[in-house]
Design a protein around this ligand. Structure first.
Ligand code: ZN
Length: 274
C-alpha cells in the first residue's frame, strides 16, 4: 500500500502537563514506536482532546491513552461524527474515565466518577478499579484486534470495572472474572451500583468493539503503567507484592507478548481499509 494515512495519538493526564498517576512518556513512546513500523502512516500527537476537531480532519485512526482528559462539546460531537463517517478509534485504559467529584460516604471523603457525553461516544463508563493485581484475561470473540491472541492470558494490571453504555451493540472481546470489587474502604472511586458485573454475577468486560455508522471504536481497559515519580497508588494486591508494597517501576501488560500483539493488531485494524 502506498497511500499515506494519518493516525492521531493522544496521551496525557489532567491537569495539563501532569502524568496523573501514569508513565505517560513510556506509553506515548511505546505507541509511537509501534506506529512507526507502518511506513505509510503519518502521525500527529496531542496531550488531550482540546481542538480535536482540527486534528480529526484527514485522520483515519485515533489512539488514546489518557488519565483525566476527555472530549467535550464540539470536540465530542466532532469525534462522534468522525466515527460515523468511518473513523476507527482504539481507546485504552483511562479513556473510559474523565472527571471525578468529591463526595462523602460513611463519614469519609470519597471520589466518584461523573458520567458525561463522551462516555456515550466511547461506549463505556469507568466505575473503579481495585488495587493492582494479577488476573486472567479471556478472549471471547473473533475480531481483527484480538486475532492470534491466546484464548487466555495473565495480566498484572488495574482491573477496570466498566459499565457498557450500549451493550446491545457492543461485541465483547476480552473479559475476566471477579464476583466482588475487593477495593478496601477509601481506595479508588465509589459508585452507587456495580453495573460492570454481567448477569452471571462474575464476568467483567475488559474490552469490546462497537460499530458507529461506518466507523468503529475498540476499547481495551488494560494498560496501567507508572514510575516512582508518577505513582499515586497506596497499595497493591498480594498477587503483585506479598507485602502490598507498590512497585516503583510498573509497566505491567506493556511488557507482555499478548499486549504487544494486541497493540500491533489494533494498529493494523485502525489503518486497514477495504
Ligand atoms: Zn492506570
Amino acid at each position: 500500500m502506498t497511500t499515506t494515512q494519518r493516525a492521531h495519538l493522544i496521551t496525557g493526564g489532567f491537569p495539563p502537563g501532569s502524568a496523573a498517576g501514569h508513565d505517560m512518556d513510556y506509553a506515548r513512546l511505546q505507541l509511537l514506536q509501534k506506529l512507526q513500523a507502518k511506513d505509510h502512516l503519518a502521525v500527529t500527537v496531542a496531550n488531550d482532546f482540546q481542538d480535536i476537531e482540527r486534528w480529526l480532519l484527514g485522520t483515519d485512526f485515533l489512539i488514546t491513552y489518557v488519565a483525566g482528559p476527555y472530549p467535550v462539546g464540539t470536540g465530542n460531537a466532532a469525534l462522534s461524527d468522525w466515527l460515523a463517517d468511518g473513523g476507527r478509534w482504539f481507546a485504552l485504559h483511562g479513556t473510559s474515565g474523565g472527571k471525578a467529584v468529591k463526595s462523602e460516604r460513611d463519614g469519609r471523603t470519597v471520589k466518584k466518577m461523573v458520567k458525561a457525553e463522551h462516555h456515550q461516544t466511547l461506549g463505556c463508563f469507568f466505575l473503579n478499579h481495585p488495587p493492582l493485581c494479577e488476573f486472567q484475561v479471556t478472549v471471547t470473540a473473533g475480531h481483527p484486534v484480538t486475532q492470534g491472541l491466546p484464548k487466555k492470558f495473565a495480566a498484572q494490571d488495574e482491573l477496570y470495572l466498566i459499565e457498557l453504555q450500549d451493550p446491545g451493540a457492543s461485541r465483547v472481546l476480552l473479559t475476566t472474572e471477579l464476583a466482588q470489587d475487593p477495593s478496601p474502604p477509601g481506595f479508588g472511586f465509589v459508585y452507587d451500583e456495580d453495573t460492570s458485573v454481567q448477569a452471571d454475577g462474575k464476568t467483567r468486560v475488559l474490552g469490546y468493539a462497537r460499530e458507529v455508522g461506518r466507523g468503529e471504536v475498540v476499547y481495551v481497559g488494560l494498560g496501567h503503567c507508572h514510575t516512582g515519580r508518577t505513582n499515586t497508588q497506596s497499595k497493591v494486591d498480594a498477587s503483585i507484592d506479598a507485602m502490598g508494597a507498590v512497585p516503583s517501576e510498573f509497566h505491567g501488560v506493556w511488557e507482555t507478548d499478548a499486549f504487544a500483539h494486541l497493540l500491533q493488531n489494533a494498529i493494523a485494524w485502525g489503518t486497514a481499509r477495504p
